[in-house]
Each structure stands twice: as structure tokens, then as C-alpha cells.
Design a protein around this ligand. Structure first.
Ligand code: BF8
Ligand code: SF4
Length: 647
């Protein structure tokens, strides 16, 4: 059975087994063999003449009842995954933008502009006049400009959050291909319309629309991340802890799980004010809020709240017997939590109208009485604590120090303490002189088909040894946080000599009195755009496009439709992407070939499938070295200061 890389998680799996509680790993075993047609993407249930499935072993060219080929079916299924991922991210972004608009109109007493500097810098980025614009009216203009990206009717225009955030050369390339997007919601509905029965049957044409939709995903993620920073603050380095050992025996433990900071920020605020009630109930420490999945990343970055776990082991938080409540909003919440929490005293509470679980307590947040509702939720947790059964308590001892909060702004600020006139230069010089060979962005989920966190950790250790700096988001960041790769000690333990030298220098120069971690936590899944912002800043500084940078992305344990949409815009921006599992496309050699090879000729980026983490790391190293050669980094430069050669 593929279970957890982390030993303490493993002991909880065994505890659940002894208590006869099925978890994701057992359900996976029971589901085997998985549907081979589904795995290859060759089943179609788009109309009621079917469902149809293509026989992958047929010598004759097998087609669906309507005549759709495997290529058409696979392409349609894939782009529908992209549309779903895009819808999930961009709805999150739209809700944040609408909230900023409510702030600007004075319609909410709960939220406010917390980061005025970020608001002004966004306005500048979006080409909005800031002079003479007071803060609150400016918030309204920024919110309107962002919401326009969801509603624009002029197809010739381009979404602001796409147009103003990528290098000019990349934008020109995308324009020529006709895949820029003018309207995020429009790009999603375009996919649903063209994949209706009897519409687009040209696999390549369908895939190109998928790339356009993926760029809509990128735009919506930019909205979500940037406007969340305005409302809740831009992350700065913060020290905390990760792994299930962050749960406490002497506290009312509340996990917040999901994605949208609009909800989690309220819970965090209200919980701080209700500590005394928890103490009065006998929890001497008070309330201990911990995070799960991307909400966990959001509150870790902004508040230093400990991260309990990432996607695959979410049920284990309950199996500790120490979790008094789990409060969830949207996305990546296993419905199984209802059954698992019913085996313990844990209160499971859903909070969003579009994400309920049958039989689970639903207390809706998001309207004017959210603060009162949040109090009610916390009180339920305190009541549940009184029912905790100490005999079933099993809190793992292991927890690891994590330094998180590396937004692009935080990294640039930190480097600016070394060179305030040209903050990026310390990073760029060390990439140019080869002390940092390149950068890998690890993103994406856990998948039960892989031993949890194993691919992340194995690949990172090899890449770090090769002096490659790592950025991480989403459940990838969770994997590194839990497994002690996001602290200064990890730099000592894993970084190659020159990377260690640079991280140590930067850490001390920036006043941290310790090396920077070798894996920088940039946030949740939507925060993948933070790493793009950093890469774009580096590319612009060097006068090159993103595809030329020694930069590779990896989703070694991908699972969700969101990971497919993110992966698709990553390659469309020109960045090679490693995936540790093949997406459901192998039933079409045409689609597989386009994604893994032809795309390189079209958008420069491409998908590289490699299941073995050691091999994957080697392949990524080769790509990075190839990119360095392309930029002539090692041969033509004799000094770290010669970076102008590149521009
Ligand atoms: O958005 S990394 S498992 S929690 S989908 Fe989900 Fe994947 Fe985790 Fe966050 Ni992203
Ligand atoms: Fe079958 Fe075609 Fe209908 Fe798909 S759209 S279910 S391939 S008949």
C-alpha cells in the first residue's frame, strides 16, 4: 500500500486500521483495479447516446457512437478538467475582488484595506492612475479593473491580469497564437460550449482553447493572490511549525481547511478573542488554530499559524483524537471527513453555500453576521473539547520548524537589504555565476497513487545537492514544511556547497542570523503566480523571455483538476513542467504527443512525464543545464558582474 513518507503519519494510519476506520489509502485499495478507460481518458459520457469507450487494443480505429475519435474524446475530457480548475481558482479570485469592491463602497465592517502599499503597486501594475486617488476610491478602481477581467465583452481586448504581468515577448507570442483571453468566465464557458456533443472535433483546436482557458486560470489566480494581499497583508518571512505534532493536548484544537482566506481570516480573528472561553473550559493553552491544505498555507504565511498537514493526510488530523473541530470552506475537502469525524468527538463544520456535505453541520459564513457565526463555530469546538476521549489521544511527537512567507515582495525586500538600488542583483548574479544553477518550482497536490510526500522530498534532496534553489506552493509546500526542508538546518543538511554559501550569505546579510531555507514557501495553490512574478522580474531584468530562464516546474504528485489547469498555463508561459503521474491522456497518441513534444514548438513549454523521482530530478537538472547553455551562462561569463551580456 502506498501510504505516508512521514513516520508519525504512518502510526496514525495503523491506529485507524486498529479502530477499523477506512482512510483514503484503504479506499484506494478497495477501488482497484481502477477503470482503464478512465485512466487513459478514452471514455466519453458527453451525450446520452453513450457512454462510449474506445478500445485501446483494437487494430481498427475505434470511434464513439457519434464517430468521435479517441483524439477528440481525450482532448475534450482534458480541457473540461482545465475549465473546472479554472472555475475553482477564478471564482475564489472573483469573491476576493467583490469583497474589495464592498470595502471601497463602505458596504462591509468586517474587511478593510490592510496593505496600502500593495494596493498602490497593483494599481501601477494595472496601469491605473494613482496620483490624487485616495486609498479607498483606488481600491474600488482596482477591484473594478479586476472584475472587468470576468465580464469584458470585447474579444479583441486582453485580461488586465494577463496583459500586465507577463514579459512583452511572451504576450506577443500568445497574441500571435490567438490564445490570449479577454474574459475569464467567457473562456470557461467557451470550453463547455465547444465540447458539447457535435461541436469541436479537432483535437488540436480543442487543446488550443484549453490553453486559452488555462491563461484565464492564471489571470484569476493573479486576482485571488494579489487582492488577498491587499485585504489581509502581503506575506513576509515568519517562523512556525508543521506536521500533526502541532496539535496540543492542552488546547482546543481547531483545524481550518480549504482555500479562501475570506473565511479563514474571520475564524482566526474571532478565535484570538475567545481564548478565555477555551481556558475556562479546561484547555490551559486556550485555542490552538492549525491549518490544513491551502488554507493552512494562507494562514501560515500571514499569521505564522502552524500547518498540521496537507491534502492526503487530512483525515489523520481527526485520527489523532485531539482535533476538536475542523472548519472547511471549498476545494480538496474529502467527503469522507464526515464519516471519520463521526468516529470521534470532532465537530466538522461546512461554511460555504456551494460546498456542503450531507449530514454535516453547516454554519454559513460570508454575510453580515459572519462574526457572530464564527463565534458560534468556535463555541462548538470548545464544547466538543469537553467530550474529548483522552484514551484515544495520539498526537505525534514530530513537528518541524518552518520559515514561510516568501512572497515575491518579501524576497525582493530581503535582497534589497543587500543592494537597495538593484534588489534582484544578488540573486541574478549568483544564477549567472552558477552558484545557483537554476530554480525549480514545486507545486501541486498529493495523490494516493504515490507514497505521500515521497516524490517531493526525494526530488528536492537531489536538486538541492545540485545547487538548485527550490520554490514551493500548495500541498508541495506542505510536504516540504512537514518534512523539515523549509528551515536553515535544511540548508546545512541538503544544499550543495555553492547554494549553501549563497543562502548563508543572503540569510546573514538580510539580518536573519541564519541561512535562508533551501526551499522557499511561496504560499497556497493560487499563490503559484507569486513565483511567476519573481520569474518575470528576473526575466525582465535580464531582457529575456520566461522560457529562456533556467527554470522548471514540477507537480510530482498531481491530483486535482486545478493542478491540470495550473500545469497548462505553466507550459503556455514557456516553462517546462515535470509531472509525476501521467494525466488521463494516454489513450490518444496525438494528444500525448502534442503535450509532451509539439507544444515545445508552439509555446516553448511542455509536459514531461516521469514517475521515478530520482530520474525526474536528473531530467530536470539536464533541462536546467540546457537552459544555461542557451543563455551562454557558463562559457561567456567570466565574472558574476557580467550580467549585461545577457540583455
Ligand atoms: O489548491 S495542492 S490537493 S489543497 S489542488 Fe488541493 Fe492540490 Fe492541495 Fe490547495 Ni492545490
Ligand atoms: Fe459517445 Fe459521441 Fe455521445 Fe461521447 S458524444 S457519449 S462519443 S456518442
Amino acid at each position: 500500500m502506498n501510504d505516508c513518507y512521514n513516520c508519525s503519519d504512518q502510526s496514525l494510519i495503523e491506529k485507524a486500521e486498529s479502530e477499523k476506520i477506512d482512510l483514503v489509502w484503504q479506499r484506494y485499495e478497495k477501488m482497484k483495479p481502477l477503470c482503464g478507460f478512465g485512466e487513459q481518458g478514452i471514455c466519453c459520457r458527453i451525450c446520452m447516446k453513450g457512454p462510449c469507450r474506445i478500445n485501446p487494443f483494437s487494430k481498427k480505429r475505434s470511434v464513439g457512437i457519434c464517430g468521435a475519435s479517441a483524439d477528440t474524446i481525450v482532448a475534450r475530457n482534458l480541457v473540461r478538467m482545465i475549465a473546472s480548475g479554472t472555475a475553482a481558482h477564478s471564482l475564489h479570485g472573483k469573491e476576493v475582488a467583490k469583497t474589495l469592491m464592498h470595502v471601497a463602497r463602505g458596504e462591509t465592517a468586517i474587511y478593510s484595506v490592510k496593505d496600502a502599499i500593495k494596493l498602490r503597486s497593483i494599481a501601477q501594475k494595472l496601469n491605473i492612475e494613482t496620483d490624487g486617488n485616495d486609498l479607498i476610491p483606488l481600491a474600488g478602481v482596482v477591484a473594478a479593473s479586476s472584475l472587468m477581467d470576468y465580464s469584458r465583452m470585447d474579444d479583441e481586448e486582453i485580461c488586465n491580469w494577463l496583459k500586465y504581468t507577463i514579459p512583452d515577448a511572451r504576450l506577443e507570442k500568445l497574441k500571435k497564437l490567438g490564445i490570449t483571453t479577454s474574459n475569464i468566465d467567457g473562456s470557461i464557458s467557451d470550453i463547455m460550449a465547444r465540447t458539447h456533443v457535435g461541436t469541436d472535433a479537432d483535437a488540436v483546436n480543442i487543446l488550443l482553447a484549453g490553453l486559452r482557458c488555462a491563461l484565464a486560470d492564471y489571470s484569476g489566480m493573479q486576482v485571488a493572490t494579489n487582492l488577498s494581499d491587499v485585504l489581509f497583508g502581503t506575506p513576509q518571512p515568519v517562523v512556525s511549525q508543521a506536521s500533526l505534532g502541532v496539535l496540543r493536548k492542552d488546547a482546543v484544537n481547531i483545524a481550518i481547511h480549504g482555500h479562501n482566506p475570506l473565511l479563514s481570516e474571520i475564524i482566526v480573528d474571532v478565535a484570538y478573542k475567545m481564548q478565555a472561553e477555551a481556558v475556562a473550559a479546561g484547555a490551559t493553552y486556550g485555542i490552538n488554530i492549525v491549518g490544513v491544505c491551502c488554507t493552512g498555507n494562507e494562514v501560515l504565511l500571514r499569521h505564522g499559524i502552524p500547518l498540521a498537514t496537507n491534502y492526503l493526510s487530512q483525515e489523520l488530523a481527526i485520527i489523532t483524537g485531539a482535533l476538536d473541530a475542523m472548519i472547511v470552506d471549498v476545494q480538496c475537502i474529502m467527503p469522507s471527513l464526515a464519516k471519520v469525524s463521526a468516529c470521534y468527538h470532532t465537530e466538522l463544520i461546512t461554511t460555504m453555500p456551494d460546498a456542503k456535505i450531507a449530514g454535516v453541520t453547516h454554519i454559513e459564513l460570508g454575510s453580515g453576521d459572519s462574526l457572530k457565526k464564527a463565534e458560534l463555530i468556535i463555541r462548538k469546538a470548545i464544547d466538543a473539547y469537553k467530550n474529548r476521549d483522552d484514551d484515544r489521544l495520539s498526537i505525534p511527537a514530530e513537528k518541524n520548524k518552518v520559515i514561510a512567507g516568501f512572497s515575491a515582495e518579501a524576497i525582493i525586500d530581503l535582497l534589497g537589504s543587500i543592494n537597495s538600488e538593484d534588489p534582484l542583483s544578488p540573486l541574478i548574479e549568483n544564477i549567472v555565476n552558477g552558484k545557483i544553477r537554476g530554480i525549480v518550482l514545486f507545486a501541486g497536490c498529493n495523490n494516493v497513487k504515490v507514497k505521500q510526500d515521497h516524490n517531493f522530498v526525494t526530488m528536492a534532496q537531489k536538486l538541492l545537492k545540485h545547487n538548485i534553489l527550490i520554490l514551493a506552493t500548495g500541498c508541495g509546500a506542505g510536504a516540504f514544511a512537514k518534512n523539515a526542508l523549509m528551515n536553515s538546518e535544511a540548508t546545512e543538511a541538503y544544499a550543495g556547497d555553492t547554494l549553501k554559501e549563497v543562502l548563508t550569505f543572503l540569510g546573514f546579510e538580510a539580518g536573519l542570523n541564519a541561512p535562508l531555507p533551501p526551499v522557499l514557501h511561496m504560499g497556497s495553490c493560487v499563490d503559484n503566480v507569486r513565483s511567476v512574478d519573481l520569474a518575470v522580474a528576473i526575466a525582465n531584468r535580464l531582457g529575456v523571455d520566461l522560457n529562456q530562464l533556467p527554470l522548471v516546474a514540477s507537480a510530482p504528485e498531481l491530483m486535482s483538476e486545478k493542478s491540470i489547469s495550473i500545469g497548462s498555463w505553466v507550459v503556455t508561459l514557456g516553462i517546462p513542467l515535470h509531472v509525476g503521474l501521467a494525466p488521463p491522456v494516454t489513450g490518444s497518441s496525438l494528444v500525448t504527443n502534442v503535450l509532451t513534444s509539439e507544444l515545445k514548438n508552439i509555446v516553448d513549454g511542455y509536459f514531461m512525464v516521469e514517475e521515478d523521482p530520482e530520474e525526474a530530478a536528473d531530467k530536470i537538472i539536464s533541462i536546467i543545464e540546457e537552459k544555461r547553455l542557451g543563455l551562454n551562462l557558463d562559457s561567456s561569463l567570466d565574472s558574476a558582474n557580467n550580467i549585461e551580456v545577457l540583455s
